[in-house]
Design a protein around this ligand. Structure first.
Ligand code: PA5
Length: 447
């Protein structure tokens, strides 16, 4: 048995109707084989890795020669890199760090981007623009501004301070790279943002931070390999943890569990919760269906949202991430007041594990169906495994829900309206709709 465990003891499977979903194993296995075979699920097949490994190797000296990386991207083009950064590169958030530094700009916030341009030394900075489509306005908009800053400060050599991670053939960034001679790394076809962390999207920043992309991919391959195997059949899929999670999640939704907590008791892995939230929400929030992901981090959120988890609406399930082998850390002194006698001589890590157990049991006692995802080690392979497991579980959950987990059509409306508001050509319907929206009788109140 793998040393990384899904513990189903408190998942509430006995109260869920899973039979109909379990019976779809053969259909799901066939579908996986078809989709992987057609190259439509590259994050499982990982067929792009050998070339990417070479491309990253060729670029490593140049990339790691910079002190600062300013990553411009949004959604799936930023969240995976941030999760890896916070988990494996915590030094940047701690006193005394002396580089390198990764800065992720995933918003259109004037103050933040101005601060980057005012404080970062351009001669020691590489700007990495990450966009699969190559045309996301929040990302390329930041690029237009940062490009001018680089040009103004570095002259013609600015192009040696830029890297685009984008589609291999199409999109504005691809054209811009070709016309300006800017370095690129390709995002493979059919690899949408939220499934792309283990492509150049997350691995270029990972390499910059000193991580080993091969270890992350190796972990992912352990989980994804069996799902991408030509020999996959109903039996093999039925025993795969990703399918187990998908069945559990789909059956929970049928029973009205429409919120899914991702509770990380690896404090440094808190941003995996944000990464997972985007993966789950954008993939499964379709046609009035889905469950709302709620990222939470132990122990911090025990003193925040946990009251709602425990005694609010009984609509929550939980993925509970633990790692019993986390460092023990500093020891509590012996000379503590009697009211704290129970921690005398114990380690800080003991307290974390005790609180994880306490919260896990409290959630279970409160009727929150919970699967513990227990990692043997909090290393890079484990991160790759976890990301592949959750990606695969998301795809399979979407298929069991009979929705498409790979698109995100609903978010297009807001984008079109914003473009219309900015005066983009065409979009007459959106412009008229905006007029109507803005001319509604206001019901406003000062505060
Ligand atoms: O997961 C997704 O597909 C999205 O969240 C995208 O990552 C996000 O919209 C950014 O897209 P792009 O990488 O094309 O700029």
């Amino acid at each position: 048995m793998s040393a990384d465990i899904l513990d189903w003891t408190n998942a509430g499977l006995g109260d869920l109707d899973t039979a109909a979903y379990r019976a779809r194993a053969a259909e799901m296995a066939d579908r996986l084989k078809t989709e992987v075979g057609a190259g439509r699920l590259p994050f499982l097949g990982l067929g792009y890795w050998p070339k990417l490994d070479k491309d990253l190797g060729a670029m490593a000296g140049w990339l790691t020669g910079f002190e600062h990386m300013l990553l411009l991207g949004i959604g799936g083009s930023a969240l995976g890199a941030r999760a890896l950064q916070k988990a494996f590169f915590p030094a940047q958030d701690q006193p005394g760090h002396n580089g390198p530094w990764l800065w992720i700009a995933d918003n259109v916030d004037a103050r933040s981007i101005e601060a980057c341009m005012a404080k970062l030394p351009p001669e020691k900075t590489v700007v990495v623009v990450v966009s699969k489509s190559g045309g996301t306005i929040e990302t390329v908009g930041q690029y237009f501004i940062v490009r001018n800053w680089l040009k103004a400060r570095l002259g013609a050599s600015w192009k040696d301070h830029a890297l685009f991670v984008t589609d291999q053939k199409i999109g504005f960034l691809r054209r811009e790279a070709a016309s300006l001679g800017i370095r690129t790394l390709a995002v493979p076809d059919n690899l949408g943002g939220r499934y792309s962390v283990l492509s150049a999207v997350g691995l270029a920043p990972a390499l910059f931070m000193g991580l080993d992309p091969a270890r992350l991919v190796k972990g992912a391959a352990e989980v994804a390999g069996p799902l991408a195997s030509a020999g996959l059949d109903a039996e093999a899929l039925s025993g795969h943890p990703a399918f187990g999670l998908a069945i559990w999640a789909a059956a929970l939704m049928d029973r009205g569990f429409d919120e899914l907590i991702f509770f990380s008791y690896l404090p440094l892995w808190a941003c995996f919760g944000d990464w997972f939230a985007q993966l789950w929400a954008e993939s499964l929030g379709k046609q009035g269906k889905g469950s709302q992901p709620i990222p939470a981090v132990g122990v911090t959120d025990q003193h925040s949202v946990n009251q709602m988890f425990l005694d609010g609406r009984r609509n929550k399930a939980c993925l509970f991430l633990t790692c019993p082998s986390l460092p023990a850390g500093p020891r509590f002194p012996e000379d503590l007041a009697d009211e704290f006698a129970y921690v005398r001589g114990r380690d800080l890590g003991d307290l974390l594990q005790a609180e994880a157990l306490g919260t896990r049991m409290a959630l279970t006692t409160s009727g929150v169906p919970l699967v513990e995802v227990r990692l043997d080690r909090d290393g890079q392979e484990a991160a790759g495994k976890l990301m592949a497991l959750l990606g695969a579980a998301t795809i399979l959950t979407g298929w069991l829900m009979d929705i498409n987990p790979l698109d995100q059509p609903a978010v297009e409306l807001g984008k079109r309206l914003a473009k219309a508001r900015m005066g983009a050509a065409g979009l007459e319907r959106e412009k008229a709709d905006l007029e109507a929206f803005l001319s509604a009788q206001r019901q406003e109140q000062g505060f």
